[in-house]
Write a protein that binds this ligand. Structure first.
Ligand SMILES: Nc1ncnc2c1ncn2[C@@H]1O[C@H](COP(=O)(O)OP(=O)(O)O)[C@@H](O)[C@H]1O
Ligand SMILES: CC(C)(COP(=O)(O)O)[C@@H](O)C(=O)NCCC(=O)O
Length: 343
């Protein structure tokens, strides 16, 4: 964070977000070192002595890479609990960043005006390698109510094995080009092209993900990798959307926010999750997405400094048409921010 004024420990500036795949941790360390990021912040701006040479970190990496950070950069990682960080990050974004949350339907983002008095309770679904579902009742008040191991890592891992793609972005791009009907078994495939309306299923609904592969007697190579990628993405997104809705139903939650890097603003992923929530809830619940979806944990860990106030910009801007993100926000994830630090 850049500092514009420091005497009373008021920090103003921008939060910049960057991501590195876990396997590229050395690139991450090199980046921090080349920009001297570990020498800024706490060392300069009046943080307590105990905070010097220490940075907040969360998630598995805070444990796994603690020794590496110490050895390469000489800094200690102050571990902040992951679920609490996700919740603090989400609450901060929802309360303080205008046009943070949006629904996604028919290829269109609709930005939501969040009413601070009506934010809680909500379900936070974080789709990282695995999936955590957290019922949030207020600041620091939450419970992890469910989860599933079928998440982003499943999509990336199975996708790599099945399509031989080299990068996550290639896999996503492939899924964009594919047609899942080539490999998924649809209701119409089972019912001779007919809908099964008595149980509310149209002929085009997926009856069995990857089900066509059972009867077609084809080798993997005979399927287009694009179609495989599409079926996989649909299977995983649908499943997460369904489990999320069932948990929302279990606790009577109307709002479901989805975060985590699996989504990474991908239109088809958001569309599938939205359709799944809409389908299973019969239109009662809606899936909402966050513009800074992948950085909830990082933001929450940052909030764990003794920040007593934080207010990027007023949330309710006059004339905000709820369709476009606020002009003060860049789509590359930068947040203008003012925070006051107590020590
Ligand atoms: N460029 C990328 N490289 C690898 N995985 C990515 C990328 N973009 C999005 N992903 C997805 O993000 C998931 C990891 O999400 P993340 O929120 O970082 O979780 P974790 O906390 O487990 O690292 C991956 O399993 C993959 O599905
Ligand atoms: C263990 C985790 C909290 C780690 O978080 P992640 O790195 O996946 O973001 C997550 O992978 C998870 O919630 N997995 C699902 C485990 C389960 O409920 O079955």
């Amino acid at each position: 964070m850049e500092n514009n004024s420091s005497k009373d420990h008021r920090l103003s500036g921008r939060l910049y977000f960057l991501k590195f795949e876990t396997s590229k941790i050395n690139e991450c360390l090199d980046f921090i070192s080349s920009k001297q990021l570990h020498c800024r912040g706490a060392q300069h701006y009046g943080f307590p002595d105990s905070d010097r040479n220490t940075i907040k970190a969360t998630g598995g990496g805070a444990f796994k890479f603690a020794d590496l950070f110490k050895e390469k950069l000489g800094i200690s990682l102050d571990k902040v609990e992951e679920m609490g960080s996700l919740v603090s990050g989400a609450n901060f974004l929802l309360k303080s960043v205008p046009s943070e949350a949006f629904t996604y339907m028919n290829g269109q983002r609709n930005y939501e005006q969040i009413d601070h008095d009506d934010l809680y309770p909500y379900l936070l679904v974080n789709i990282g390698s695995g999936v955590s579902m957290i019922k949030v009742d207020g600041d620091g008040r939450y419970e992890r109510v469910s989860g599933t191991s079928v998440g982003g890592g499943t999509f990336w891992g199975l996708g790599k094995l099945l399509t031989k793609c080299k990068s996550f972005d290639d896999l996503l791009e492939m899924s964009h080009q594919g047609n899942n009907r080539m490999i998924d078994m649809l209701v119409g495939d089972i019912y001779g092209g007919m809908d099964y309306l008595k149980i509310g299923l149209s002929s085009t609904a997926i009856a069995s993900s990857f089900g066509k592969a059972v009867s077609e007697n084809k080798e993997l190579e005979e399927y287009k990798p694009e179609d495989v990628a599409r079926s996989l993405l649909r299977m995983i997104s649908n499943n997460i959307g369904q489990i999320a809705y069932l948990n929302a139903l279990r606790f009577g939650l109307k709002k479901i926010f989805f975060g985590g890097f699996f989504i990474c603003g991908h239109a088809y992923t958001m569309d599938t999750i939205s359709v799944a929530v809409d389908f299973w809830s019969k239109g009662e619940a809606k899936a909402m997405f966050l513009r800074h979806e992948g950085f909830l944990g990082a933001l929450g860990a940052f909030m764990n400094y003794q920040l007593v106030e934080e207010f990027p910009y007023p949330s309710h801007l006059p004339g905000d048409d709820h369709k476009k993100p606020d002009k003060n926000l860049n789509d590359n994830g930068i947040i203008e921010c003012h925070v006051r630090v107590s020590n």
